[in-house]
Design a protein around this ligand. Sequence first.
Ligand code: ZN
Length: 345
Amino acid sequence: MKAAFINKHGSLDQLLIGDLDIPKIKPNEVLVQAKFGALNHIDVFLIRGWPGLKLTMPHVLGSDGSGIIKEVGSAVTTVSEGESVTINPGLSCGKCKFCLSGNQNFCKSFSIMGEHRWGTYCEYFKVPEENALKLPSNISYELAAAAPLTFLTAWRLLTTQANLRPGENILIHGAGGGVSTAAIQIAKYIGAKVITTTSDQDKMKKAEELGADHVINYKTSPDYGKTIFSEITKKQGIDVIVDSVGKLTISNSLRLLKPGGRLVIPGATTGSIAEVDIRQIFWKQIKIFGSTMSNQGEFREVMKLVFEEKLKPIVDRKFQLEEIIEAENYLNEGKQFGKVLIEIS
Ligand SMILES: [Zn+2]
């Protein structure tokens, strides 16, 4: 089968297109003929590699995907051959105390599709039965590939972790990323007032179209913290801040929060080591939440809203499988607003 894979770690040039054997499924797995994959930042981290990461080469990337079930294992009972599916990219053992209590993303062997097992950038990929979710007829393969990873991440961090309530205000740093575009939509769905930041006019317009109430250009207004605090919140501060930027924004985030405000951290794209004024945390009794991926219940909750078209993934651009390096470069340069897709077949 045609696949995008690496034979060794390094720069994006290590991504190759070639022929690999179709994966063999286990009794509890299904084989999916891929239609679309969607890019995520983990791709680049995986290509570079990190200390302790040991992959069997060749390794196929890709965490999000959609397609048609071509083969089911002998023990599979909940999905059938010929059905259209999307996948939950979060994989866990299914047997430990965390998995059995519905906290699959706390599982010791929790991993992401394409991380420790072959991913979706190939003509046929396999997933455990419980990770395949049947598509209703109104949802295209494109939206089905675009939604899962970013929507499940945004859903967990806003609902389970931050417990965002109607009428609260929320600041989402960096409007263009996949998780941010999902978070803006979910926050509006909950009934919150959304403030977001971005770096160019085009993205500002798109964030407004998505429902953001206030969009600030942090490049042309370097003092954006003051604008948000004084003008937008009338010196009241923010209830919930989603900060995946890290080093560059964390101090501002702590300053902008209301007393009792909540800070949710799903990543740290500008650096994970930062100096903060700890007094901000105890004086204002700030609550800080980390968040990674989701459990199976949260995945199904948010996908139900996507299937009902109450939440709609934003597709920025589509590339062919052969153009994968160009696509990864595009994502890496932060040019996108929403998801970047890979058309496979
Ligand atoms: Zn487990």
